[in-house]
Design a protein around this ligand. Structure first.
Ligand SMILES: *[C@@H]1O[C@H](CO)[C@@H](O)[C@H](O)[C@H]1NC(C)=O
Ligand SMILES: *[C@@H]1O[C@H](CO)[C@@H](O)[C@H](O)[C@H]1NC(C)=O
Ligand SMILES: *[C@@H]1O[C@H](CO)[C@@H](O)[C@H](O)[C@H]1NC(C)=O
Ligand SMILES: *[C@@H]1O[C@H](CO)[C@@H](O)[C@H](O)[C@H]1NC(C)=O
Ligand SMILES: *[C@@H]1O[C@H](CO)[C@@H](O)[C@H](O)[C@H]1NC(C)=O
Length: 382
């Protein structure tokens, strides 16, 4: 009896002292920073798209990427006929992050038939994907959905439950091989905000934020979305040295899986636009695209002008972490595939975390440990 009472006290202490991390600015990536802080991937598309991903020099020379004023642009080639696949761009950050917050300001999202764009974070070591995890922050294919989709793919069962969010859980199981590789998915509809498509682009784009927090007080993965006309939280509107997502209101997507932390290792950030492939190719016929172009591969080959809206125009990417640092850096082999990929230099702190020790010792953790020790001591004394 005594021990039960004491454990309840410990539980109360735990929740009352739970504190959010103050996220500290770790990186600002605007304009030409994308050329220095990201690697250009020019191997075969691991998702089987009908694209030729170009090396940096090639992509710059063909003007598939450029920087102008406050825009970093990445786009698909619009040359009319592309008999051997259409040129495109996929970039991956050199820096790796664990617990972190990302804010991406976008002026134009890639839209259109055959187009499968994504902004996501991915395990640095793809050898055993889905081991290490994948978090998809912005994604759609053939504009099949008129809202953005957030998804997570992991290597074992990990389930979402209903939670405070404006979006809708479409798939609740994050295990990658559960529902044809879909992972768990939250549709970002039900918000007062537009989250995808031409309408969003015409408004001037939008801003997405993702918090990944598997620390002892962490909530798992949360995402917020604002269109260009939204009232932004002050620390999102004007990027400063810290952010506090707890002040941002109800998330658009809340993957409440703090207990799945072992499924996530250091991630790099990926931006890409692929065409057809495992998703856009496989669902092409379920969309109005088929009536317009026939089959996906035909659109890619013969209809270059249909890709005039397949581009990212990004104002900036801002990254925050618990200590203001990244956890290491990675290189990707230029023609990396799923089998031969990256090498990374990880900081010792990150190696510790791989062993399951907490990222940060919060007051919550300390309170809980003290309370538990105290409870055991009193139990034995009694
Ligand atoms: C690249 O394309 C953009 C947009 O069409 C254009 O403004 C810019 O002048 C082009 N740059 C070069 C080097 O062709
Ligand atoms: C990547 O993961 C594989 C499989 O777990 C492992 O054998 C390999 O050593 C890892 N690569 C590096 C460079 O650590
Ligand atoms: C949001 O999308 C899901 C999945 O497509 C759908 O089931 C749900 O009805 C939609 N909700 C709203 C409010 O549009
Ligand atoms: C792309 O082409 C369509 C159809 O002609 C047009 O409505 C749209 O404004 C174009 N987009 C851009 C960015 O030029
Ligand atoms: C990567 O692949 C492309 C085309 O498949 C080829 O042109 C290029 O030489 C390869 N690069 C390396 C470093 O192997």
């Amino acid at each position: 009896m005594k021990i039960t009472g004491l454990l309840l006290v410990a539980g109360a202490a735990l929740s009352s002292t739970a504190q959010a991390i103050t996220w500290k600015k770790a990186d600002t990536i605007v304009g030409n920073d994308f050329y220095n802080k990201f690697n250009f991937f020019n191997g075969k598309d691991p998702t089987n798209g009908l694209v030729n991903y170009l090396a940096k020099e090639d992509a710059v020379q063909k003007n598939l990427t450029y920087v102008k004023d406050d825009s970093f642009v990445m786009r698909v080639d619009t040359v009319e006929i592309a008999p051997s696949g259409r040129n495109s761009v996929r970039i991956q950050s050199k820096a790796l992050y664990e617990n972190s917050v990302y804010i991406l300001k976008v002026k134009h999202f890639p839209t259109g038939c055959a187009t499968w764009p994504a902004f996501w974070t991915l395990t640095w070591n793809l050898t055993n994907w889905p081991s290490g995890g994948e978090i998809d922050i912005l994604e759609n294919a053939n504009d099949q959905f008129d809202y953005n989709l957030g998804s997570i793919h992991v290597d074992k069962s990990c389930k979402l439950t209903q939670n405070e969010q404006s979006g809708t859980i479409v798939y609740d199981e994050c295990y990658a091989y559960n529902s044809e590789n879909a992972g768990c998915r939250i549709a970002m509809n039900g918000t007062s905000t537009t989250t995808w498509g031409d309408k969003l682009n015409k408004m001037g784009g939008g801003i997405v934020a993702m918090e990944r927090d598997f620390s002892s007080s962490g909530k798992g993965v949360r995402m917020w979305f604002w269109d260009a006309n939204s009232n932004l939280p002050s620390d999102v509107k004007t990027i400063g040295d810290t952010v506090n997502p707890d002040n941002w209101g109800k998330p658009a997507a809340y993957f409440n899986i703090p207990n799945c932390r072992d499924s996530f290792d250091p991630h790099s950030i990926v931006f890409d636009i692929t065409l057809c492939g495992d998703w856009a190719g496989n669902t092409y016929e379920q969309t109005s695209c088929a009536a317009q172009y026939g089959v996906c591969s035909k659109q890619v080959r013969d209809f270059g002008s249909s890709f005039n809206d397949s581009y990212w125009d990004v104002t900036g990417l801002y990254i925050f972490s618990d200590d203001g640092n990244n956890v290491g850096t990675t290189t990707i082999a230029p023609n990396a595939t799923r089998d031969v990929t990256a090498s990374a230099t990880l900081s010792p702190r990150s190696a510790d975390q791989q062993d399951g020790s907490p990222v940060m010792v919060s007051t919550t953790g300390i309170t809980a440990v003290f309370a538990a020790v105290l409870a055991v001591l009193i139990y034995y004394a009694a």
